[in-house]
Unconditional design. Sequence first.
Length: 874
Amino acid sequence: MFLCRSVVVFIAIIVSFIECYSQDTITYKLSSSSLVNQFASENKTYSALKVQDRPRIDGSLDDACWITANWDDRFIQQQPLQAEKPSQITKVAILFDAEYLYVGVKCYDNDPEHIRSILSRRDEYSGDMVGIALDSYADNRTAFEFDVTAAGQKIDLMHLGAQEADYNWDAIWEGKTNVSIEDSLWTAELRIPFSQLRFAKADEQVWGLHVWRYIDRLDEEDHWKLIPVDAPATVYLFGELNGIKDINSKRKVELLPYGNVKYSPNTELKEKWKYGAGLDGKIGLTSDFTVDFTINPDFGQVEADPSILTLNTYEVFYDEKRPFFLEGNNVLNYATGRDLLFYSRRIGHAPSYEPDLNDGETLSMPDNTSILGAIKLTGKSKKGLSIGFMNSLTANETATVYGENSETDYAAEPLTNYLVGRIKKDFNKGNTVLGGMITSVNRNINDSLLNFLPSSSLTGGLDFVHNWKKRKYFVDMKTFASNVKGSEDAISSLQLASQHYFQRPDADHLEYDASKTNLAGHGGAIKGGKRSGKFRAIGSFSWRSPGIDLNDIGYMYQADFLEESVELKYLVNKPKGIMRNYWLRLTQTADWSYGGEMTKQEIGSHAYVRFKNLWNVHLNLERDYDIFDTRELRGGPILYKEPTWDGEIFIQSNGSKNLFTGFGSRYIAGDDHISKRSINTFYLLWRLGKNLSISSKTIYQTNVDYHQYAGKVKLPDSEVGYIVGQVNQKTLVSTLRLEYFITPEVSIQYYASPYASIGQYENFRRVNVGDSRNLDERYIPIAGVLADDIYTFTEDESTSYRMYNPDFNFKEFNSNLVARWEFRAGSTFYFVWNRTVSDYQRGYDPSIGNVFGDIFGAESQNVFMLKFTYWFSL
């Protein structure tokens, strides 16, 4: 009933907004500068010319078609001197034939010796650059962007609306450059297949157009059609590209098969060699709708996920890197705060059940669940209707335990089907968007070992975005619900899980029910305000009921909360004195449980200044108070923690120099005068010429937490006792990257990340009255004796209990050496050497340096891989 009422109210609000604020976006009046408003409001157009003879893509622009092209030099400066004449001349020309769009850019420079031509990884901004963005949907919200650096490295991304972008999107296209010091310019030549764009069928295509140039040494950005620095969104301010006629709107079939071979010399298993093959494919149904499919997709990635050891209860979020799941992600995205209704890394995750081993036994099980196949339909119609659909089937997996003379199989993961559906409709020239989403997971559980898994889950959500007053103001609303079904064991496990904690003894709004076979809940968020101009203000309110659960196919940080926040920001982009630009921000946040228990309040001030020498500094100061932690005791009662001060400073040097550094420190101090935390960061990037760069980032943390959960014990009266201690933790993590580029297509990259963390507990106490602000009332001090890694605590003659020693010593090392050759567009050969060390031990080593140093001599797992991908179209 709640959900039904919510939907009715939700739709009523939407209709009211559309009726009251429907308008055209014609002029720009958000800047205090009349020149900025004039250039941003200009209806600038460019007419592309059709060619018969295709240019050779080499970056030189010496083909005959470029000589007769329509070169346009009407660029304007966006930064640092907005709406002023650029310091350098830039010219752009656009051509096309039935299959491709061709873009030529001439970047003149009166100091050609200092043109910054730097090779780097794909999708990494470095040196001088040019780019073109195409709103081929003509929806004023989304666009496809293709950029190229002066060194010839490609960058591509997808604009998702407002200021959001997806840099994981990789298209198949060509871009070449040529630097000519003698002619005082560098040139770029791009060939973009129409098959990589999405557009509606029409006699003449009329698209949004944005062309830009970046001059690294000056930190200057010039636009063909000005998009102001403080604009609330980008795509709706694009210029217009017209004249494109008689192009091939029929989408091709694109195939990307792969094959790999892996050798693991250190494994204890019999199979040291593994072979894999699979296929990613794309079928263009129309010019605006595409079907993607995959069979046995590859899980290989250049870099391992970062090492993290957390002492809290929250799941770590990792980015998606598999091509199939990145394609069309803008349509399937439904995010609210830290949560996602669709988190694609759930598909193909590590098997859920891992059997325990006895002495002398070894285990063989896959690292990931096999994806038997997946299919996805995404696209957007000419009338602004976006549709996304994905279905994936993963295999049942088996874990095999080998004894001296035995071999036993255990069910590790059931056959599972994942389904995601998404629909969105644009109104009012993209100013208003109404959408919905549904997801489901269904597992075929036929082994009692897997009864702890839900048998099915269903989630659904509605979302609404509206902009008005030339997108100066906005409102963004979402509401969603979930229902998870399974055995009593599965739903009991879900209720007891860290995102719920239904077993909390002091929460009147929570009730753990071991007989339940389903868990349902709802959530949502309302956000709105003013997001352009010098002064900005945004407010939000979000909630999650105790029973909401998105984690079968989504990502949910926590259920059972209400949160309100306000952000005020003052931003100045005009250079003045020694400052190039700066902003000041004030924030306020208040959190409650869904039952109304105050859990935290926070106020903060934040500042950023960028100087004319291109150095910058960040300053943050926050005050957290009324901290009543509902998660610290892992399902136990609420725990009060003293207020904290949180201060941070971070300084960065001029990023256009060959030597670039960043360094900073963050310090958090508790009012208990014991808890404190420091985080010290140092970053270095050293470019040794055009082809070679070395970068490193080192973080050293110390953490003293007087209220850290240590364990729970059974008291003589059969009640549960919750033990906290003062943890003294030190963490040292470093990341090293060495990158050598022979050409933009041929490179050798080395990535290494050692991680070490040690922790020692002392000052153990049992929680007495967890929500008391008085330390003496909150805790009962207890003395413990440690023997054989077990603490024995004695409170009095009749009360004693035991607990494992929570001290820890953790070290991990991940490294990758990757040689890469993209021998043709979309087709790549890789050689990869992966080395992994991971070791967790109870006990404490007082020297973080010793633990960190021991990483390099520890026993490691090595994997050598050859991988080959070949892209072609039919």
